[in-house]
Design a protein around this ligand. Structure first.
Ligand code: MG
Ligand code: MG
Length: 250
């Protein structure tokens, strides 16, 4: 069931989303060679909890142990943060964070470069970010969920990369994962209609190589099957009469 949000509910989500946007910026600034993903997790949890009433939504969600997901290089999503996982110059680290605030959830992700990265990695970041912006731009009343995925995939294909199909964006708000599913592929005018009050997480996961995935033995971390580099950008967006409202920008 799709749970449409009132203007008041969207305002509460925007308050939590502002905290989340600041958290993601704070994390990006902390990324450097030598820091561990476990340290980034602690930084995120402290920063979120420093805001009265805000909680790290991932902690304990489906049993996940961290406050963030930290996925390095060929890891697409759901990497478990660890003090033993040190980032090195040239890595990409995808940081996925959720915040609970006043009864509502927001969700955002970014992929950050660790020191200097190579030209292909830079292009992957630029294209993935661009595909997210294209998806957001398609999140307008009258369009359908398929228009969002189509917009994302069009950008990714033109660049010669692939979108992950095994994982999708989602409705969000009262629950962390709500209906509808929001795939990063699709056809215009297909799937659910976009209506005011719909709140969704749009989150392209883009691979340099093929789209296929596999799950590591830790049962969380999802990696590219071919070992190629992957990036992930995400915002929580409200569909409004005035156009898409991004709730998780800093
Ligand atoms: Mg997320
Ligand atoms: Mg999400």
């Amino acid at each position: 069931m799709i749970q449409l949000k009132s203007a008041r509910e969207i305002e509460l989500m925007a308050q939590g989303g502002k905290i989340l946007g600041a958290t993601v910026e704070h994390l990006r600034a902390a990324v450097r060679p030598g820091i561990s993903t476990g340290e980034l997790d602690a930084i995120a949890e402290d920063f979120i909890r420093s805001h009265e009433g805000a909680t790290p939504a991932f902690k304990g969600l489906y049993g996940f142990p961290g406050s963030i997901c930290a996925s390095v290089n060929n890891e697409i999503v759901h990497g478990i943060p660890s003090r033993k996982r040190l980032l090195v110059e040239g890595d990409l680290v995808s940081l996925d964070v959720g915040v609970g605030y006043k009864g509502y959830f927001t969700d955002s992700a970014t992929t950050a470069p660790v020191g200097e990265i190579n030209a292909e990695a830079k292009r992957l970041l630029a294209v993935t970010q661009e595909s997210l912006e294209a998806g957001i731009a398609a999140a307008v009343v009258g369009n359908h969920v398929g228009d969002i995925g189509h917009a994302v995939e069009t950008v990714v294909r033109a660049a010669g990369f692939t979108v992950v199909r095994d994982l999708v964006g989602h409705g969000i708000g009262v629950e962390f994962h709500e209906e509808p599913q929001v795939p990063n592929y699709g056809k215009p005018k297909r799937r659910e209609k976009l209506v005011p009050g719909l709140t969704i997480a749009i989150e392209p996961m883009v691979n340099v190589g093929g789209p296929a995935t596999r799950t590591l033995p830790d049962r969380w971390t999802i990696v590219t099957l071919d070992g190629s580099l992957s990036a992930h950008f995400e915002h929580t967006v409200a569909i409004t009469e005035d156009g898409p409202r991004v709730l998780t920008r800093a």
